[in-house]
Design a protein around this ligand. Structure first.
Ligand SMILES: Cc1cc2nc3c(=O)[nH]c(=O)nc-3n(C[C@H](O)[C@H](O)[C@H](O)COP(=O)(O)OP(=O)(O)OC[C@H]3O[C@@H](n4cnc5c(N)ncnc54)[C@H](O)[C@@H]3O)c2cc1C
Length: 463
């Protein structure tokens, strides 16, 4: 039977950074990465190749394969401990910031651009003051923008760096974590093979969080509750947000709604970008991209409202899926509506969209009525948030503003972990988005480094 010192499950940013750290500081360790998708040079989505409808490949090339969901992401590296994950649960803010700087340096080493957004302290303070005066909380962050088009190049360089130094198994999924006497001892693959290991590091990403949850329950690991974020993608002329995006690229604002006192936030701002559809296990949801060298006339961002369900209901993922399915059911995919139509209680039609001053960048959304899809609570939160944002970005609450729905962000359930991200099973680590510790490239990457450093520390101490 094959034996490895370390098996990493998943080749997304969490798994890749874990491998990079291991090969940099523990060359003697025998490391295997198991990835259910394809290698970076073989990843391609047939829809991107010109086909209209998703053909539901067994493994979606957009989120699986070397680079994980990161390969086709916008490549926005958010360099603040307050954004993109929950690692502050496991360490002090300063320690996390220094790890963020460390992984950021590695992204630059492999080709991320030198330019940093949000570096002008006085201008950032100005945005913060403006937000505070208008009922909003601004979360300042420096951002390095790789761009969807360049992300692949950076990941290709990382792939070259591990080539020959770790073993890789592509198009093979791990079905079962093998545990003996409360200690991880290996994994069982989809083809039935079992591979033994000293340490197993799980980095399966959000798309496989259900699989991880099932395994966690089988292994009797403690699971913690998570919220679900539901909302819409908003599209406006880029000039509307330009005074803010010029300063901070990603103006992250938090608002507590007057009516429901819910946390509502802006998320994933794409200056001069485009709205895209995202296919996740049979569902269409909406997202946004921006490119480093291709610009549209619009800026898009999400407005998301968080819900934390309490007793007796505890199925946030099913709830979000249900809402997204309803939008797909009514709109045949993504629904688009002008804000003015939503507020007036009428559906948008192709003619009304065509009369608007914002030309949609997502061409195959269906003009419709989001009020048939989103519960009142979410609609109310979204409309309130746009009214408040109008005070800091005049024009955002225009009747021409486009809303695409729905955007749903599922948080993977959290597994109870130690500060070095080890589960209650010895030598079994869980990192990245799938384990519920991160929600973005930077914190996913940091989580990989944390697990790798713990393995290295134990190896140095003799196992
Ligand atoms: C459209 C889009 C845009 C985004 N834009 C940004 C952005 O601009 N900035 C940002 O910070 N974040 C962004 N994100 C989020 C970011 O991509 C993720 O936070 C990050 O990729 C998480 O890394 P991960 O390694 O935890 O998981 P993933 O990247 O999801 O990788 C997990 C890997 O594990 C593999 N896997 C899963 N289960 C198994 C199994 N059982 N056996 C073997 N392999 C398995 C999967 O195939 C996958 O390749 C975006 C995400 C999407 C979808």
């Amino acid at each position: 039977m094959d034996y490895y010192d370390v098996i990493i499950v998943g080749a997304g940013p969490a798994g890749i950074f874990c491998a990079l750290e291991l090969i940099a500081y523990a060359q003697s360790l025998k490391v295997l990465i198991v990835e259910q998708g394809k290698d970076i040079d073989r990843r391609s989505c047939p829809v991107n190749g010109g086909r209209k409808a998703c053909i539901s490949c067994p493994e979606c090339a957009l989120i699986s394969g070397w680079g994980g969901a990161g390969a086709y992401s916008d490549g926005k590296l958010t360099l603040s401990p307050e954004i993109g994950g929950f690692l502050t649960r496991y360490m002090e803010m300063d320690a996390l910031q220094s790890l963020i700087d460390y992984v950021d340096g590695i992204y630059v080493k492999y080709g991320a651009p030198d330019e940093l957004h949000g570096n002008d302290f006085n201008a950032m303070q100005g945005v913060k003051d403006l937000a505070s005066r208008n009922d909003l909380i601004f979360i300042p962050s420096k951002i390095r923008h790789i761009g969807t088009d360049k992300c692949r190049d950076v990941l290709t360089e990382m792939r070259k760096a591990v080539n020959g130094k770790v073993d890789t198994l592509f198009q093979q999924d791990v079905r079962r974590i093998v545990v003996d006497k409360k200690k991880a001892v290996g994994v069982r693959l989809g083809d039935g093979r079992e591979i033994r290991a000293g340490y197993v590091i799980l980095a399966p990403g959000r798309a496989s969080s259900k699989w991880l949850e099932t395994e966690a329950k089988r292994l009797k690991l403690t699971l913690l509750k998570n919220p679900v974020d539901i909302g819409v993608r908003v599209e406006v002329p880029a000039v509307v947000l330009e005074p803010l995006t010029r300063i901070t690229y990603e103006p992250k604002m938090i608002y507590y709604s007057k009516k429901f006192d819910d946390k509502v936030r802006t998320f994933c701002v794409n200056p001069y970008g485009e709205v895209v559809k995202e296919h996740l296990k049979g569902l269409w949801t909406v997202n946004g991209h921006s490119y480093s060298d291709k610009k549209t006339n619009n800026t898009n961002f999400a407005i998301l409202s968080s819900t934390f369900f309490t007793e007796p209901f505890n199925e946030p993922i099913s709830y979000g899926t249900y809402i997204a399915r309803l939008a797909n059911f009514l709109g045949g995919g993504i629904i688009i509506q002008r804000l003015g139509d939503l507020v007036k209680g009428r559906r948008s039609t192709p003619e009304r969209i065509a009369r608007g001053i914002v030309e949609p960048t997502l061409k195959d959304a269906t003009p419709g009525d989001l009020s048939f899809v989103l519960p009142y609570r979410y609609l109310s939160n979204i409309v309130e948030m746009l009214e408040v944002l109008e005070r800091i970005a005049p024009g955002i609450n225009s009747r021409h503003t486009l809303l695409y729905g729905v955007e749903v962000k599922f948080y993977s359930m959290q597994i109870k972990l130690t500060n070095s991200l080890e589960t209650e099973v010895q030598d079994l680590f869980a990192i990245g988005d799938g384990a519920g510790v991160s929600r973005g490239l930077i914190q996913a990457s940091v989580s990989g480094v944390i697990a790798a450093r713990e393995v290295i520390r134990r190896q140095k101490q003799g196992g």
